[in-house]
Design a protein around this ligand. Sequence first.
Ligand code: FMN
Length: 203
Amino acid sequence: MLHTLGFKRGGIVECIVTTYNTDGSPNAAPMGVYTLSDREVVMKLHSGSDTLENISRIGCAVLNITYDALLFLKSALLKHTPEVDPGELLCSALNAPYLKAAHAYAAVDAEVVKSYSLNDSLGESRISVVKGRVREVRVLKPFPQAPCRGFFAAVELAIDLSRGRRGREGELMRTMRRTLPVREYREIEEFLKSLRIQTGSFR
Ligand SMILES: Cc1cc2nc3c(=O)[nH]c(=O)nc-3n(C[C@H](O)[C@H](O)[C@H](O)COP(=O)(O)O)c2cc1C
């Protein structure tokens, strides 16, 4: 199942995880997903995230695979936005939505199996280990997608910004500017500007 989407046992892939909030609105957030087996994954979610709260309440989630650079930034940094709204699209196997922009998705039954405290460079936090069992895998758009460095740079920037880490944004924006289509780069620049994240001197 999962191997068809490039999940390899022992590796971590970056997905955008979609769930439903208490008010019924869809929620989307990028998360690292560790592959335990062809049907099982593990996520480590920081307490306080809506994704963790939703999974704890509903017991399922969708792991969306997408190469949309801006979507990684928006879903990491914004709470609820129309742009990352998966809309009314329901996953057929579970009570969770999927992203319209997804190339493919894996729908999982998910539960918290343990929690622990973590003390790292970002301070003290509580982590919940969520185990997911795949119920359905669906390919929505044709693969493969040729890799673009700008996408990976955007994912790295989204990770840094979501953790409040600074210092690499100049280099990452330069990679995006060189490799993404101009329109996509401009959209990212505009989005970061709207959040007052400095983008001015990356030429
Ligand atoms: C590529 C990427 C991977 C991430 N992986 C994780 C993760 O494994 N666990 C986690 O708690 N947060 C992770 N984050 C941060 C969350 O996406 C971020 O905190 C988000 O705002 C949580 O949104 P939510 O409250 O809607 O769940 C990641 C961010 C990015 C950009």
